[in-house]
Design a binder for this molecule. Structure first.
Ligand SMILES: [Zn+2]
Length: 256
């Protein structure tokens, strides 16, 4: 079993849980670092302390969001390592580091540039924000893509991973159960949105208020962007129609 260590970045919050997980993966004489996290001096010091002089073979990044990517360059320069992420890394590209082969899996949905990293020998999957250890992943308009997200979940389920190392929260031992939980959660959201549109037409913002009631501004914005991402898929699937200009478009469901 490959040794994996975690350092949690000091960026707790509503979307980051206790903070971003920076993973250090032992690969014989060297290590790989996955998701260095925010550009924060105390986090860099914590990573260097944990490395204890080990050679960093490569710095891998699951996606370019500000809680995962920014420290990558500084960490890589300090250790004379390279940063690898999408699009330089494509689907099923294998990164050889020390004794390990790490396979990149293109898994868009949460973001258009999202990769997971797969250790086939350990059946271990570093999921970034495709799957979190707790709660649900954000799939929001305009960069989130619900159809791609569901496809990415099905893709990683097919690998039958044993352990998930998520971008936030704790490692997950019931990998299959967690992936299925995420898939069902997304499908339930979709069914809820479709049911609301069938109840009566409305703009994205009206539909959001009808489903969630009154939320504070920030939560309302996230809820509406989630609603828009779901509506886009339902329009693509032909289950919902969009009428009018973007931002004022009204959604309805054709009678079937
Ligand atoms: Zn994140």
């Amino acid at each position: 079993m490959t040794a994996v260590y975690r350092i949690v970045a000091p960026n707790p919050g509503p979307y980051t849980g206790p903070g971003t997980n920076t993973w250090i993966v032992e690969a014989g004489p060297v290590v790989a670092v996955i998701d260095p996290g925010p550009d924060d001096a105390t986090h860099l010091a914590a990573i260097n302390k944990r490395l204890a002089g080990a050679t960093v073979g490569v710095v891998l990044v699951t996606h370019s969001h500000p809680d995962h990517l920014p420290l990558a360059e500084r960490l890589a320069v300090a250790h004379h390592a390279s940063v690898k992420r999408h699009p330089e890394l494509g689907d099923e590209d294998v990164v050889r580091v020390g004794t390990l082969n790490v396979t990149a899996l293109f898994t868009p949905g949460h973001s258009p540039d999202h990769l997971c990293f797969w250790l086939a020998g350990d059946r271990a999957l570093f999921t970034g924000d495709l799957i979190l250890g707790r709660g649900s992943s954000m799939v929001t308009y305009p960069e989130g893509d619900v159809a791609a997200y569901l496809h990415s979940l099905e893709r990683v389920a097919a690998l039958s991973p044993r352990t998930l190392f998520p971008g936030h929260w704790d490692p997950v031992e019931d990998a299959a159960g967690k992936i299925e939980e995420y898939r069902l959660h997304r499908l339930e959201r979709e069914a809820q949105v479709l049911a609301e549109v069938r109840r009566g037409s409305g703009t994205a913002s009206e539909l959001t208020r009808r489903v969630y009631g009154d939320l504070d501004d920030r939560l309302m914005f996230a809820a509406e962007m989630t609603m828009r991402a779901h509506l886009r898929k339902l329009v693509d699937d032909g289950l919902v129609r969009s009428n009018g200009e973007v931002d004022q478009e009204v959604f309805d469901a054709p009678v079937s």
